[in-house]
Design a protein around this ligand. Structure first.
Ligand code: SF4
Length: 378
Protein backbone atom coordinates (compact mmCIF):
# COMPACT_ATOMS: atom_id res chain seq x y z
CA UNK A 1 0.00 0.00 0.00
CA UNK A 2 1.21 3.53 -0.79
CA UNK A 3 2.40 5.46 2.21
CA UNK A 4 3.58 8.93 3.21
CA UNK A 5 7.00 9.12 4.80
CA UNK A 6 7.78 11.71 7.47
CA UNK A 7 11.43 12.29 8.36
CA UNK A 8 12.14 14.26 11.51
CA UNK A 9 15.23 16.46 11.63
CA UNK A 10 15.40 17.38 15.33
CA UNK A 11 17.96 20.22 15.20
CA UNK A 12 17.48 23.97 15.55
CA UNK A 13 19.90 26.87 15.95
CA UNK A 14 17.92 28.01 18.97
CA UNK A 15 14.56 27.29 20.52
CA UNK A 16 11.72 29.60 19.50
CA UNK A 17 9.87 31.06 22.48
CA UNK A 18 6.55 29.32 21.73
CA UNK A 19 7.82 25.95 20.46
CA UNK A 20 6.97 22.63 22.07
CA UNK A 21 8.17 20.38 19.21
CA UNK A 22 10.98 17.98 19.93
CA UNK A 23 14.24 19.63 18.88
CA UNK A 24 17.76 20.04 20.25
CA UNK A 25 20.51 22.63 19.57
CA UNK A 26 22.61 21.70 16.55
CA UNK A 27 26.27 20.90 17.29
CA UNK A 28 29.25 20.39 15.02
CA UNK A 29 29.10 16.99 13.34
CA UNK A 30 25.71 16.16 14.87
CA UNK A 31 23.84 16.10 11.57
CA UNK A 32 26.26 13.66 9.89
CA UNK A 33 25.99 11.29 12.85
CA UNK A 34 22.23 11.63 12.90
CA UNK A 35 21.88 10.78 9.21
CA UNK A 36 23.59 7.44 9.85
CA UNK A 37 20.99 6.67 12.51
CA UNK A 38 18.14 7.75 10.25
CA UNK A 39 19.34 5.47 7.48
CA UNK A 40 19.70 2.62 9.95
CA UNK A 41 16.08 3.16 11.00
CA UNK A 42 15.04 3.31 7.32
CA UNK A 43 16.73 -0.08 6.85
CA UNK A 44 14.86 -1.51 9.85
CA UNK A 45 11.48 -0.19 8.74
CA UNK A 46 11.90 -0.46 4.98
CA UNK A 47 10.25 -3.38 3.25
CA UNK A 48 9.98 -1.90 -0.21
CA UNK A 49 6.77 0.04 0.65
CA UNK A 50 5.72 2.47 -2.06
CA UNK A 51 6.27 6.03 -0.88
CA UNK A 52 4.13 8.70 -2.55
CA UNK A 53 5.18 11.63 -0.44
CA UNK A 54 8.22 12.47 1.68
CA UNK A 55 8.10 15.28 4.23
CA UNK A 56 11.33 16.44 5.88
CA UNK A 57 10.07 18.24 8.97
CA UNK A 58 11.53 19.43 12.18
CA UNK A 59 13.24 21.01 13.86
CA UNK A 60 14.97 22.84 11.05
CA UNK A 61 15.55 20.49 8.09
CA UNK A 62 17.09 23.34 6.09
CA UNK A 63 20.14 23.02 8.37
CA UNK A 64 20.99 20.04 6.13
CA UNK A 65 23.10 20.75 3.07
CA UNK A 66 21.86 19.66 -0.35
CA UNK A 67 24.43 16.83 -0.22
CA UNK A 68 22.98 15.64 3.07
CA UNK A 69 19.46 15.83 1.62
CA UNK A 70 20.65 13.69 -1.29
CA UNK A 71 22.03 11.15 1.19
CA UNK A 72 18.62 10.96 2.89
CA UNK A 73 16.73 10.61 -0.39
CA UNK A 74 19.14 7.96 -1.66
CA UNK A 75 18.50 6.04 1.57
CA UNK A 76 14.74 6.35 1.04
CA UNK A 77 15.11 4.97 -2.48
CA UNK A 78 17.29 2.11 -1.20
CA UNK A 79 14.90 0.82 1.47
CA UNK A 80 11.54 1.92 0.05
CA UNK A 81 10.08 2.31 -3.41
CA UNK A 82 9.93 6.05 -4.05
CA UNK A 83 7.05 6.55 -6.50
CA UNK A 84 7.64 8.49 -9.66
CA UNK A 85 6.37 12.05 -9.22
CA UNK A 86 6.50 11.75 -5.43
CA UNK A 87 5.95 15.01 -3.58
CA UNK A 88 9.11 15.76 -1.58
CA UNK A 89 8.74 18.63 0.91
CA UNK A 90 11.43 20.37 2.89
CA UNK A 91 10.53 22.58 5.84
CA UNK A 92 12.83 25.60 5.88
CA UNK A 93 13.60 28.55 8.08
CA UNK A 94 14.29 31.75 6.12
CA UNK A 95 17.61 32.59 7.84
CA UNK A 96 19.15 29.27 6.79
CA UNK A 97 18.53 29.79 3.06
CA UNK A 98 20.67 31.26 0.28
CA UNK A 99 20.05 31.38 -3.49
CA UNK A 100 22.72 28.68 -3.84
CA UNK A 101 21.27 26.35 -1.21
CA UNK A 102 17.78 26.68 -2.68
CA UNK A 103 18.98 25.83 -6.20
CA UNK A 104 20.92 22.88 -4.79
CA UNK A 105 17.88 21.60 -2.83
CA UNK A 106 15.81 21.80 -6.00
CA UNK A 107 18.47 19.92 -7.95
CA UNK A 108 18.62 17.28 -5.17
CA UNK A 109 14.94 16.46 -5.72
CA UNK A 110 13.08 18.68 -3.26
CA UNK A 111 9.97 19.77 -5.17
CA UNK A 112 7.99 21.47 -2.41
CA UNK A 113 9.22 24.01 0.12
CA UNK A 114 7.37 24.95 3.29
CA UNK A 115 8.80 28.07 4.85
CA UNK A 116 8.35 29.08 8.49
CA UNK A 117 7.60 32.78 8.06
CA UNK A 118 5.16 33.03 11.02
CA UNK A 119 4.70 36.80 10.80
CA UNK A 120 5.91 39.68 8.66
CA UNK A 121 5.40 42.21 11.46
CA UNK A 122 8.96 43.04 12.62
CA UNK A 123 8.04 43.77 16.25
CA UNK A 124 6.43 40.34 16.72
CA UNK A 125 9.35 38.19 15.54
CA UNK A 126 11.55 38.74 18.66
CA UNK A 127 8.55 37.93 20.88
CA UNK A 128 8.28 34.57 19.10
CA UNK A 129 12.04 34.10 19.43
CA UNK A 130 12.50 33.76 15.68
CA UNK A 131 15.99 34.25 14.31
CA UNK A 132 15.01 35.87 11.02
CA UNK A 133 13.66 39.29 10.12
CA UNK A 134 10.57 39.92 8.02
CA UNK A 135 12.80 41.24 5.24
CA UNK A 136 14.87 38.06 5.27
CA UNK A 137 11.69 36.00 4.96
CA UNK A 138 10.52 37.96 1.93
CA UNK A 139 13.98 37.74 0.35
CA UNK A 140 14.06 33.97 0.94
CA UNK A 141 10.65 33.64 -0.75
CA UNK A 142 11.95 35.52 -3.79
CA UNK A 143 15.07 33.31 -3.90
CA UNK A 144 12.94 30.17 -3.63
CA UNK A 145 10.76 31.29 -6.52
CA UNK A 146 13.85 32.13 -8.59
CA UNK A 147 15.27 28.67 -7.80
CA UNK A 148 12.18 27.09 -9.38
CA UNK A 149 10.00 26.26 -6.37
CA UNK A 150 6.51 26.68 -7.80
CA UNK A 151 5.21 24.49 -4.99
CA UNK A 152 5.91 26.91 -2.18
CA UNK A 153 4.10 27.30 1.11
CA UNK A 154 4.45 29.64 4.07
CA UNK A 155 3.40 28.99 7.66
CA UNK A 156 1.84 31.96 9.40
CA UNK A 157 0.72 32.43 13.00
CA UNK A 158 -2.19 34.56 14.17
CA UNK A 159 -3.30 35.41 17.69
CA UNK A 160 0.18 36.60 18.71
CA UNK A 161 0.21 38.98 21.72
CA UNK A 162 0.29 42.52 20.32
CA UNK A 163 -0.67 41.46 16.78
CA UNK A 164 -3.40 43.61 15.24
CA UNK A 165 -5.99 42.66 12.66
CA UNK A 166 -4.47 45.30 10.36
CA UNK A 167 -0.96 43.79 10.60
CA UNK A 168 -2.37 40.29 9.97
CA UNK A 169 -4.24 41.58 6.93
CA UNK A 170 -1.01 43.16 5.66
CA UNK A 171 0.85 39.84 6.07
CA UNK A 172 -1.74 37.95 4.02
CA UNK A 173 -1.96 40.65 1.36
CA UNK A 174 1.82 40.76 1.01
CA UNK A 175 2.12 36.98 0.59
CA UNK A 176 -0.76 36.79 -1.87
CA UNK A 177 0.83 39.61 -3.87
CA UNK A 178 4.06 37.56 -3.98
CA UNK A 179 2.11 34.73 -5.65
CA UNK A 180 2.30 32.20 -2.81
CA UNK A 181 0.26 29.17 -3.94
CA UNK A 182 -0.12 27.66 -0.44
CA UNK A 183 -0.51 29.12 3.03
CA UNK A 184 -0.93 27.40 6.39
CA UNK A 185 -2.37 29.61 9.12
CA UNK A 186 -2.20 28.51 12.74
CA UNK A 187 -3.52 30.09 15.89
CA UNK A 188 -0.70 30.59 18.40
CA UNK A 189 -0.91 27.97 21.11
CA UNK A 190 0.70 28.92 24.37
CA UNK A 191 2.30 26.03 26.21
CA UNK A 192 3.04 26.54 29.92
CA UNK A 193 6.52 25.00 29.73
CA UNK A 194 7.80 27.33 26.98
CA UNK A 195 9.46 30.75 27.55
CA UNK A 196 6.39 32.46 26.06
CA UNK A 197 4.10 30.41 28.30
CA UNK A 198 6.10 31.48 31.36
CA UNK A 199 6.09 35.13 30.24
CA UNK A 200 2.30 35.02 29.86
CA UNK A 201 1.89 33.27 33.24
CA UNK A 202 4.02 35.92 34.98
CA UNK A 203 2.09 38.74 33.34
CA UNK A 204 5.15 40.03 31.45
CA UNK A 205 3.33 39.32 28.17
CA UNK A 206 -0.40 39.78 27.81
CA UNK A 207 -2.45 36.69 26.92
CA UNK A 208 -3.72 36.96 23.33
CA UNK A 209 -7.33 37.95 22.93
CA UNK A 210 -9.53 35.08 21.64
CA UNK A 211 -11.97 37.38 19.85
CA UNK A 212 -9.15 39.18 18.05
CA UNK A 213 -7.69 35.81 16.98
CA UNK A 214 -11.12 34.70 15.72
CA UNK A 215 -11.38 37.88 13.64
CA UNK A 216 -7.95 37.14 12.12
CA UNK A 217 -9.01 33.61 11.20
CA UNK A 218 -12.28 34.87 9.69
CA UNK A 219 -10.37 37.38 7.60
CA UNK A 220 -8.06 34.65 6.22
CA UNK A 221 -11.03 32.35 5.56
CA UNK A 222 -12.82 35.04 3.53
CA UNK A 223 -9.94 36.92 1.94
CA UNK A 224 -7.74 34.09 0.66
CA UNK A 225 -10.47 32.35 -1.39
CA UNK A 226 -11.41 35.74 -2.90
CA UNK A 227 -7.81 35.82 -4.15
CA UNK A 228 -8.04 32.29 -5.60
CA UNK A 229 -6.27 30.62 -2.66
CA UNK A 230 -8.99 28.19 -1.62
CA UNK A 231 -9.46 26.81 1.85
CA UNK A 232 -9.10 23.02 1.66
CA UNK A 233 -8.56 22.27 5.35
CA UNK A 234 -9.22 24.10 8.62
CA UNK A 235 -5.77 25.72 8.61
CA UNK A 236 -4.68 25.29 4.99
CA UNK A 237 -5.28 27.26 1.81
CA UNK A 238 -4.02 26.55 -1.70
CA UNK A 239 -4.41 27.48 -5.30
CA UNK A 240 -6.00 24.54 -7.18
CA UNK A 241 -3.52 21.67 -7.56
CA UNK A 242 -1.13 23.04 -4.90
CA UNK A 243 -2.67 21.25 -1.90
CA UNK A 244 -0.11 19.40 0.22
CA UNK A 245 -0.45 15.74 -0.81
CA UNK A 246 1.47 14.53 2.24
CA UNK A 247 -0.97 16.16 4.65
CA UNK A 248 -4.01 15.17 2.56
CA UNK A 249 -3.01 11.56 3.23
CA UNK A 250 -3.13 12.24 7.00
CA UNK A 251 -6.57 13.81 6.74
CA UNK A 252 -7.79 10.87 4.67
CA UNK A 253 -6.52 8.67 7.51
CA UNK A 254 -4.06 6.94 5.20
CA UNK A 255 -1.04 4.92 6.29
CA UNK A 256 2.19 6.72 7.04
CA UNK A 257 5.66 5.99 8.31
CA UNK A 258 7.82 8.21 10.47
CA UNK A 259 11.58 8.15 10.93
CA UNK A 260 13.52 9.94 13.67
CA UNK A 261 12.87 10.74 17.33
CA UNK A 262 9.24 11.62 18.12
CA UNK A 263 8.09 10.59 14.62
CA UNK A 264 4.94 8.46 14.44
CA UNK A 265 3.85 5.68 12.09
CA UNK A 266 0.34 4.43 11.39
CA UNK A 267 -0.94 1.36 9.60
CA UNK A 268 -2.38 -2.10 10.16
CA UNK A 269 -4.59 -0.85 13.04
CA UNK A 270 -1.59 0.38 15.01
CA UNK A 271 -0.09 3.77 15.76
CA UNK A 272 3.49 3.79 16.97
CA UNK A 273 5.56 6.76 18.06
CA UNK A 274 9.31 6.82 18.35
CA UNK A 275 11.01 7.84 21.58
CA UNK A 276 11.21 11.64 21.84
CA UNK A 277 14.81 11.69 22.98
CA UNK A 278 17.83 11.72 20.71
CA UNK A 279 20.15 9.78 23.02
CA UNK A 280 17.61 6.98 23.65
CA UNK A 281 16.86 6.90 19.93
CA UNK A 282 20.57 6.54 19.21
CA UNK A 283 21.03 3.76 21.81
CA UNK A 284 18.09 1.74 20.45
CA UNK A 285 19.13 2.08 16.82
CA UNK A 286 22.75 1.19 17.65
CA UNK A 287 21.56 -1.99 19.33
CA UNK A 288 19.58 -2.90 16.22
CA UNK A 289 16.16 -2.22 17.74
CA UNK A 290 13.28 -0.15 16.45
CA UNK A 291 13.18 3.11 18.46
CA UNK A 292 9.51 2.70 19.37
CA UNK A 293 8.46 4.64 22.46
CA UNK A 294 4.73 3.93 22.47
CA UNK A 295 2.36 1.74 20.54
CA UNK A 296 -1.41 1.82 20.43
CA UNK A 297 -3.74 -0.73 18.90
CA UNK A 298 -6.83 0.84 17.36
CA UNK A 299 -10.02 -1.14 16.99
CA UNK A 300 -12.39 -0.65 14.09
CA UNK A 301 -14.58 1.83 16.04
CA UNK A 302 -11.50 3.98 16.77
CA UNK A 303 -10.38 3.92 13.15
CA UNK A 304 -13.87 4.76 11.86
CA UNK A 305 -14.15 7.70 14.32
CA UNK A 306 -10.70 8.97 13.36
CA UNK A 307 -11.60 8.72 9.69
CA UNK A 308 -14.64 10.93 10.29
CA UNK A 309 -12.81 13.45 12.49
CA UNK A 310 -9.86 13.80 10.13
CA UNK A 311 -12.17 13.93 7.09
CA UNK A 312 -14.16 16.74 8.67
CA UNK A 313 -10.99 18.84 8.80
CA UNK A 314 -11.19 19.01 4.99
CA UNK A 315 -13.45 21.55 3.30
CA UNK A 316 -14.84 18.75 1.11
CA UNK A 317 -15.70 16.89 4.31
CA UNK A 318 -15.76 13.20 5.08
CA UNK A 319 -16.24 11.14 1.95
CA UNK A 320 -19.26 8.81 2.25
CA UNK A 321 -18.26 6.52 -0.59
CA UNK A 322 -14.65 6.16 0.56
CA UNK A 323 -15.86 5.43 4.10
CA UNK A 324 -18.27 2.70 2.95
CA UNK A 325 -15.57 1.18 0.73
CA UNK A 326 -13.09 1.10 3.59
CA UNK A 327 -15.36 -0.24 6.34
CA UNK A 328 -18.05 -2.17 4.45
CA UNK A 329 -20.92 -0.16 6.02
CA UNK A 330 -22.21 3.37 5.65
CA UNK A 331 -21.29 6.45 7.67
CA UNK A 332 -24.90 6.61 8.85
CA UNK A 333 -24.82 2.97 10.01
CA UNK A 334 -21.77 3.80 12.15
CA UNK A 335 -22.63 7.30 13.39
CA UNK A 336 -26.29 7.90 12.50
CA UNK A 337 -27.27 9.38 15.89
CA UNK A 338 -24.26 11.67 16.11
CA UNK A 339 -24.74 12.89 12.54
CA UNK A 340 -28.43 13.67 12.92
CA UNK A 341 -27.89 15.53 16.20
CA UNK A 342 -25.09 17.62 14.66
CA UNK A 343 -27.16 18.33 11.54
CA UNK A 344 -30.04 19.49 13.74
CA UNK A 345 -27.78 21.87 15.67
CA UNK A 346 -26.34 23.28 12.43
CA UNK A 347 -22.86 22.04 13.41
CA UNK A 348 -22.62 19.76 10.38
CA UNK A 349 -23.89 20.06 6.84
CA UNK A 350 -24.32 17.83 3.80
CA UNK A 351 -21.55 18.21 1.24
CA UNK A 352 -21.13 16.93 -2.28
CA UNK A 353 -19.26 13.86 -1.04
CA UNK A 354 -20.80 13.36 2.39
CA UNK A 355 -20.71 15.66 5.39
CA UNK A 356 -18.65 18.76 6.12
CA UNK A 357 -18.22 21.40 8.78
CA UNK A 358 -20.10 24.63 8.05
CA UNK A 359 -17.75 27.60 7.82
CA UNK A 360 -18.71 28.97 11.23
CA UNK A 361 -17.69 25.69 12.93
CA UNK A 362 -14.19 25.49 11.43
CA UNK A 363 -12.46 27.51 14.18
CA UNK A 364 -14.29 25.51 16.88
CA UNK A 365 -14.17 22.14 15.18
CA UNK A 366 -13.25 20.28 18.36
CA UNK A 367 -16.80 20.74 19.60
CA UNK A 368 -17.94 18.60 16.64
CA UNK A 369 -15.07 16.11 16.80
CA UNK A 370 -15.88 15.27 20.43
CA UNK A 371 -19.25 13.85 19.34
CA UNK A 372 -17.49 11.01 17.51
CA UNK A 373 -15.18 10.02 20.34
CA UNK A 374 -16.07 6.86 22.19
CA UNK A 375 -16.18 8.50 25.66
CA UNK A 376 -18.85 10.92 24.55
CA UNK A 377 -21.17 8.00 23.75
CA UNK A 378 -20.64 5.73 26.71
S1 SF4 B 1 12.50 26.47 14.25
FE1 SF4 B 1 10.56 25.33 14.46
S2 SF4 B 1 11.09 23.45 15.55
FE2 SF4 B 1 12.83 24.86 15.80
S3 SF4 B 1 12.46 25.87 17.75
FE3 SF4 B 1 11.55 27.19 16.16
S4 SF4 B 1 9.40 26.51 15.95
FE4 SF4 B 1 10.51 24.94 17.10
Amino acid sequence: MATGLYIHIPFCHQKCAYCDFYSVPVELGAIEQYLELLLAEARLRGAGQTINTVFLGGGTPSLLSARQISTVLEGVSRYFCLAEGAEITLEANPETLTPQSLSAYHAAGINRLSMGVQTLTPALLPLLGRKHTAKEALTAIAWAQAAGFVNLSCDLIYGIPGQTLASWQDDLRTLVARGLPHLSVYCLEIYDETPLGRAVASGAVQRPDDDAAADMYDFARDYLPEQGVQQYEISNFARPGRECRHNLNYWQNGDYLGLGPAACSYGQDTRECNVADLQTYKDLIKSGQLPTGSSEHLDERDIAAETVILGLRLSTGVDQEAFAKRFGYSLEAAFGDEISQLLQKGWLQRSERGYALPKHMRPIANAVFCSFLRDSNT
